[in-house]
Design a binder for this molecule. Structure first.
Ligand code: P70
Length: 459
């Protein structure tokens, strides 16, 4: 059970940004003009922006001070060495290549490690990660535990790998046809669900037998570590910082979007333990990102990130962060709104299939709900269902994922408890009006990562 300590917010506010509000009529017009896609709204027309926790964090005074210490040399910036030291100290990987964001690291890694035709098993797909695996000629294979597909199942570690599924895959295709195993902490598309250390240890033992590398997508590793501390026996007296180090030590390489846990507005990194791979990665970096001592980041941003990493591994920080998300989630559950359980660590995921049972999946129930939440309260959220899943490479049909979700993602250190109460009211009010809502039809569909730029019309 999660400890029920009172949330004490471990920061106070020094600078504020005013929130804009629009009338209901204006919002109806804005979402229509945005093709019922919340990615196409102007931020100024949004009252509460729960689209993502990516790049939306409030930086600390220390991070802002670090921005002033940017060494903007083309090569060998002092801030690069600070970032490298932070990665070695807090994550334990030997080598680090900065990238412009997480997908830059995914691109380089996929090119290096995937041979065309190979499989990439993982604990559920992530959109950009799978897109880069496919661009490199690979095919993603889902080996997450079955509990992850059931929004009502309260199993605490729905990010776990199903060892039988992984072993069967290896037996069927041969270890030489597996590029590597991809492990995300936490699993975003499953609803922000953690993987346990006991599962990761078993996975490590299994992959070691077949000489298969584990690549760690560590966008939200601190949140995952916090859930291990709270829920996995044997870890209650470990610090979040210690657990993060242990997770990383069980993997061979990592890609990371710095825009989530690491508390910066831009940046990513690739981390490696093998020198030969590092040499190859820095050579690809000069083609696609920039020289390996900046990789698409300004010196000042690398400094802010080095400081952000150190702040993000503090128990008080991560506890307040996750408890704020759970505060909102518990309010919605109490009101009967169908949300994915357990509540995620970076957001509350609404089960759109249960919310709008009368809207079939091909009429985009989750996309519809994102539009309704905006119209009702200026609340911006993100679809994580059939639109995000895209089309099957072979058949060309929609993927029809088993989870049709809307994510209310909480940016780090941005909103107050007052805001959470208001947001809960908007969602509950939208739930009470659910019966009369109709679905959407897709009018424009881009080829890559269609959810970002697709356009819809009301049916
Ligand atoms: C989000 C963001 C980014 C992300 C991630 C995991 C587990 C890699 C990345 C890529 C932004 C996003 C990205 C695609 C679709 C919607 C939103 N997640 N792995 O909001 O990192 O964005 O830095 O390239 O969550 O969840 P980056």
């Amino acid at each position: 059970m999660l400890t029920n300590k009172k949330i004490t917010t471990p920061y106070k506010i020094k600078m504020v940004e005013l929130i804009t509000t629009r009338s209901r009529e204006e919002r109806e017009q804005h979402i229509r003009e945005a093709g019922y896609n919340t990615f196409l709204l102007k931020s100024e027309d949004v009252q509460y922006d729960l689209l993502t926790d990516s790049g939306t964090a409030a930086m600390s005074d220390r991070q802002w001070a670090g921005m002033m210490l940017g060494d903007e040399a083309y090569a060998g910036s002092r801030n690069y060495y600070h970032l490298e030291a932070a990665v070695q100290q807090h994550y334990g990987y030997k080598y680090m290549v900065p990238t412009h964001q997480g997908r830059g690291a995914e691109h380089i890694l996929s090119r290096m490690l995937i041979k065309p035709g190979q499989l990439v098993p993982g604990n559920m797909y992530f959109t950009t990660t799978r897109a880069h695996q496919e661009l490199a000629g690979g095919t993603f294979a889902d080996v997450i535990t079955d509990e992850a597909y059931d929004p009502g199942n309260t199993f605490p570690f729905k990010g776990n790998i199903d060892l039988r599924k992984l072993e069967n895959l290896i037996a069927r295709h041969g270890a030489e046809n597996i590029a590597y195993l991809s492990i995300a902490t936490t699993v975003n598309m499953a609803g922000g669900q953690p993987i346990s250390l006991s599962n990761l240890k078993q996975v490590r033992a299994l992959t070691a037998r077949y000489n298969i590398r584990i690549v760690h997508d560590m966008a939200r590793v601190a949140e995952n570590a916090y859930m291990i501390q709270q829920q996995e026996s044997g870890y209650e007296n470990h610090s979040v910082a210690q657990i993060i180090k242990e997770i990383c030590s069980l993997t061979d390489a990592a890609t990371m979007s710095g825009k989530k846990d690491a508390l910066v507005n831009i940046g990513g990194l690739l981390a490696l333990n093998e020198h030969a791979l590092y040499e190859e990665a820095i050579n690809l970096a000069v083609l696609f990102e920039g020289l390996h001592t900046y990789g698409g980041m300004a010196g000042r941003d690398m400094e802010a990130k080095a400081i952000g990493i150190a702040e993000s591994v503090q128990d008080v920080h991560i506890q307040a962060r996750v408890q704020q998300v759970h505060y909102l989630g518990n309010k919605l559950i109490a009101a009967g709104v169908p949300v994915v359980k357990p509540i995620g660590t970076h957001g509350v995921y609404i089960d759109a299939t249960a919310f709008y049972p009368h809207i079939p999946q091909h009429q985009f129930p989750a996309q519809t709900l994102t539009a309704e939440l905006y119209i009702n309260g200026g609340l911006r959220t993100m679809e994580r269902g059939i639109v995000s899943a895209g089309r099957d490479k072979q058949t060309g049909d929609h993927m029809y994922p088993r989870l049709e979700l809307v994510r209310l993602t909480i940016p780090h250190r941005v909103y107050t408890k007052d805001h959470m109460d208001d947001i809960a009211d908007i969602v509950i009010d939208t739930y009470h009006q659910r019966e009369k809502v109709k679905g959407l039809g897709m009018m424009h569909e881009p080829r890559h990562l269609r959810f970002f730029q697709a356009r819809f019309e009301r049916l």
